[in-house]
Design a protein around this ligand. Structure first.
Ligand SMILES: [Zn+2]
Length: 218
C-alpha cells in the first residue's frame, strides 16, 4: 500500500499507512530522533536569540532534520517585526548552507516573505505550509518556483478552483496542529480534482523524494 505523506504536523497521529514529518519548534521543544523539520517559529523567538540560533544550527545539521522551518513572518504575533525578519533571514541562509528545503509560515506577510527570500537569494525548495488563500496568490507562489502545502482548510471548499488547476508536481499535504487524518485531505483533493487516489499518492511520493531527498521505507 502506498503511504500517505503528511509533511507538517505538530503531534504524531495514530494514522496507519502514513508518513508524518514532525515539526520541532527549536528552543521550545525537544529535538526528536525521527524525521522532522526544525526551525525558529516567529511566535517563539527567545530573548537570547543568538543562543537559540546556535541550538538550531546543531539540530538542523542532523541527518533526520529533513527541512528548516517552520519559519517566516507573521503580522499578527507580538514578536518584534525587525527581529522576525532577522531570524528569518538567518534561517534562509542556514537552509542554503545545508541545502535543505524551507517550510514557510506566513500570516498576512506574503509580499514580505517573497522579498526576504529574494534578497537572501534562496537556493533551496521553498514550501508555503497551510496554504488557505485564493488561486491568485497560489499561482504567484508557484510562478516564483515555490511549493504549496494544503491543510484542513481546503475541506471548507473555498479553494476548489485552485485545486482544479494547481500543478500536481508542486504540492504537498499536511495536518499541522489539527487532529484530522491526512487521508481526508487527500480524499477531498481527489474528489475536486477528479483523479484517482493512487495517482495522487504516487505523485506526492515523488514530490517528497525530490524535494526532501528522503526515501520512505515501509
Ligand atoms: Zn505548523
Amino acid at each position: 500500500m502506498l503511504p500517505y505523506i503528511d509533511i507538517h504536523n505538530h503531534r504524531l497521529q495514530e494514522a496507519p499507512n502514513s508518513f508524518q514529518l514532525l515539526n520541532c519548534i527549536s528552543g521550545k521543544e525537544n529535538f526528536p530522533e525521527i524525521p522532522c523539520s526544525v526551525g525558529i517559529h516567529p511566535w517563539y523567538v527567545l530573548e537570547d536569540v543568538n543562543a537559540q540560533y546556535e541550538t538550531l544550527k546543531l539540530q538542523a545539521s542532523k541527518e533526520n532534520a529533513l527541512a528548516i522551518g517552520e519559519c517566516g513572518l507573521d503580522k499578527l504575533t507580538e514578536t518584534n517585526w525587525q527581529l522576525q525578519i532577522e531570524i528569518f533571514e538567518k534561517q534562509i541562509q542556514l537552509a542554503n548552507e545545508l541545502q535543505k528545503p524551507l517550510i514557510i509560515h506566513s500570516v498576512k506577510a506574503y509580499q514580505e516573505v517573497f522579498a526576504t527570500l529574494r534578497e537572501q537569494k534562496v537556493t533551496v525548495p521553498v514550501i508555503f505550509h497551510g496554504f488557505n488563500k485564493k488561486a491568485e496568490l497560489g499561482n504567484s507562489i508557484l510562478l516564483q518556483g515555490y511549493y504549496i502545502s494544503f491543510g484542513t482548510s481546503i475541506l471548507q471548499g473555498n479553494q476548489d478552483d485552485f485545486i482544479q488547476s494547481v500543478d500536481l508536481e508542486k504540492i504537498f499535504f499536511e495536518t499541522d496542529d489539527k487532529s484530522t487524518n491526512v487521508v481526508d485531505i487527500y480524499s477531498y483533493f481527489c474528489s475536486v480534482r477528479k483523479i484517482r487516489m493512487s495517482a495522487l499518492q504516487e505523485q506526492i511520493i515523488q514530490n517528497f523524494k525530490k524535494i526532501f531527498r528522503y526515501t520512505i521505507v515501509e
